[in-house]
Design a protein around this ligand. Sequence first.
Ligand code: ADP
Length: 159
Amino acid sequence: MRTAIFPGSFDPFTLGHLDVLKSALNLFDKVIVAVGYNSTKGGFFTPEIRVEIIRKAIDGMENVEVCSYTGLTVDFCREKRANCIIRGLRTTTDFELESVIAQANRKMAPEILCIFIPAGHEYSFISSTVVRDVLINGGDAKCFLPKNIDINYYLQLRS
Ligand code: ADP
């Protein structure tokens, strides 16, 4: 069974993330979307809400598991018996940052391969940071989010 981990902050999960996930499902039997968080560093949404949003976004999709984790991604891969890490790439800046992380991971865990999936052109400008900025300023972020996500509901859960 080929299992991959798609790790990220997903604060929140966007249409760009969903696109990468769909591509990854063409390559693997199972993809685990893993919300990585640092317990001392707060986020916009709590890890629990981020997981809930992803579960809603993937409603009806098969072969996907959603969970959260702390610690090293390679340790989490080993725990889940996954031998691949999926990361999405939007820009050359993403590539530079991601390749450094991939090299470090490869040094620590040579058996785990990192695969980069390029962003679909219609999603390449979407980031969780933009979504958070829009939300903080009272804008409508619907066009950046999976269609069945009622983000106002999750915003209420924050307060
Ligand atoms: P992190 O904080 O770990 O970078 P993110 O939630 O920002 O977490 O992103 C998770 C992964 O998804 C990263 O590999 C990132 O490059 C990728 N990603 C984010 N937005 C997009 C997008 N619009 N298209 C493709 N990949 C994306």
